[in-house]
Design a protein around this ligand. Structure first.
Ligand code: GLC
Ligand code: CA
Length: 536
């Protein structure tokens, strides 16, 4: 590996939704021993880090995003000993571990909240956002929960409301309380001391809300939540000194990393949270939202780079546990050609690529046909307008065996019916498969510092069909050409001698005619120095 290699900048992160990856004890729920059993596969894929969606004890109203204990492992996923083993086994393979910290809210089953709601004098009462009703018993203000209805839940025995941005089982913490703040900072230290490499911070820009609880102003929109400008219920400036404090802790551990998930923030606001005294990175949702058009991806990538401060490094993702998978959004049926382009783009653009488990084999969302089958509560609330997030959370497809080799028991979500054809085993043995393509591009990326940390310059030719750009690092120059179309657009190669990294040795004409959905990566060859005759 080249020197100066920095895992979170130059490497690739692979997000695992632990419930759905591999089930070791056949209770239908993926677990840590299951993940451990797949570490060789993950290493062979060529990624540098695993981001685990929450593995802490949780009543699972929001499947782990409602945490009941920040420093323990949920028994359904295994034990702390399993986690220690996962960490050791991953590190042994140069794979880093990123934990998902959900610190904006806890579960209503967290002992802190159980205390908090006991009485107004309880020492934990102030750990959450309690407020008195307005005259006539109305909620303290007009704030809405993203998961539906008022954000305020009334507790009759206290004659007070508590605030929750998500489900009512996810009460928001009062980050202005110094004890809460300290308890949370201790969570960082606890896991860092164990050897964890980084964190994904769930909706971190929600931690603070307007102190005076002012009403959000109205705007046009469909649902109650969308009919407000969310200026008072998130993104308060107190977040900045807190980020500095978090970063100070992180910086005591070499090469540690934080990536933040913003909520209701545009790319410019998101970028403002990144930098040397803030987060290492944050997710750019704007990029993932694009429809299939090379110019759109290019535009959101370049504006993201411009928005980020100099001392921050971008990242890119197309899929996660909250939205339909990229392959579901972009591909037609089982045709993986667009999935290849999409992943090649992630792996070659400037920015750390985040892959979502199964993206490497083109998992498609499972269809949600009946309300009664839905696991994600928001899918039930908003049915049939919105069916929730089960689609992208289905089991990983390993083999053409019962439940795709995920579990011998009844999986918590059904396996996609395409599993007999679409699975890791099958794709591993097919040289043309998406999996082998992804591994190849990853190998190329791992060998080329320019693809990892090089500068980025767009090369605009036929922008309706092609996404092309140059990556340069020190003396290396690479060109990436991605044909988003089923046509044969042409691309003029800049002067110089170029070699294909996709198909080494292949002659490169000055005008390249691309095959439908073709990916080409070219590297400039250094000409031997001309020998001056008179000096011989
Ligand atoms: C984040 C998570 C999402 C969760 C929500 C509440 O957006 O990604 O899955 O429901 O936060 O924690
Ligand atoms: Ca299990």
């Amino acid at each position: 590996m080249n020197k100066d290699y920095l895992w979170w900048r130059d490497g690739i992160t692979y997000q695992i939704y632990p419930r759905s990856y591999a089930d070791s004890n056949n209770d239908g729920i993926g677990d840590l021993p299951g993940i451990i059993s797949k570490l060789d596969y993950i290493q062979d894929l060529g990624v540098d880090a695993i981001w685990l969606s929450p593995i802490f004890p949780s009543p699972d109203v929001d499947f782990g995003y409602d945490v009941a204990d920040y420093t323990a492992i949920d028994p359904k996923f295994g034990t702390m000993a399993d986690f220690d083993r996962l960490l050791a086994e991953a590190h042994h393979r140069d794979i880093h571990i990123i934990l998902d910290l959900v610190l904006n809210h806890t579960s209503d089953q967290h002992p802190w909240f159980i205390q908090s709601q006991k009485s107004i004098d309880n020492p934990y009462h102030d750990w959450y956002l309690w407020a008195n009703p307005k005259p006539h018993g109305d909620p303290p203000n007009n704030w809405q929960a993203i998961f539906g209805g008022s954000a305020w839940e009334y507790a009759p025995h206290l004659d007070q409301y508590y605030y929750h941005m998500f489900y009512k089982e996810q009460p928001d913490l009062n980050w202005r309380n110094p004890e809460v703040r300290q308890a949370m900072l201790d969570v960082f230290s606890y896991w860092l001391d164990k050897g964890v490499d980084g964190f994904r911070l769930d909706v971190f820009n929600m931690y603070f809300k307007d102190k005076a609880l002012r009403d959000n102003p109205p705007k046009l929109g469909l649902r109650g939540f969308d009919r407000q400008k969310h200026i008072y219920d998130n993104s308060q400036s107190e977040m900045f000194p807190l980020l500095q404090e978090i970063r100070d802790i992180l910086d005591q551990y070499p090469q540690s990393y934080t990536v933040g998930e913003t909520f209701l923030a545009d790319p410019a606001q998101t970028a403002a949270y990144c930098g040397e005294d803030k987060l290492h990175a944050a997710f750019n949702f704007d990029f993932a939202d694009n429809r299939w058009h090379p110019k759109r991806f290019l535009d959101s990538a370049t504006s993201w780079y411009q928005a980020l401060p100099e001392d921050a490094w971008p990242n890119n993702f197309l899929s996660n546990h909250d939205c339909p998978r990229a392959a579901t959004r972009y591909c037609f049926g089982e045709d993986d050609r667009r999935a290849k382009i999409a992943i090649a783009m992630l792996l070659t653009l400037k920015g750390t690529p985040f892959l979502y488990y199964g993206e490497e084999i083109g998992l498609r969302d499972i269809p949600i046909r009946r309300k009664a089958d839905i696991m994600d509560p928001i899918g039930k609330t908003f049915w049939p307008l919105y069916k929730g997030r089960d689609g992208c959370r289905a089991p990983m497809q390993w083999r053409d065996e019962v439940n795709a080799g995920f579990s011998q028991g009844e999986p918590w979500l059904p396996v996609h019916e395409n599993f007999p054809q679409r699975n890791v085993d099958q794709q591993a043995s097919d040289p043309e498969s998406l999996l082998n393509f992804v591994k190849k591009i990853i190998r190329i990326r791992r060998a080329e510092p320019a693809l990892q940390r090089g500068d980025f310059t767009p090369l605009i030719q036929d922008p309706r069909r092609l996404l092309a750009f140059q990556r340069t690092y020190q003396d290396d120059q690479l060109i990436v050409i991605l044909n988003f179309s089923s046509f044969n657009p042409e691309f003029q190669i800049p002067l110089g001698k170029w070699e294909s990294l996709i198909e080494p040795g292949k002659p490169i004409p000055s005008t390249l005619s691309l095959k439908p959905y073709e990916v080409e990566i070219l590297k400039k060859q250094h000409e031997p120095y001309p020998i001056e005759k008179d000096k011989r």
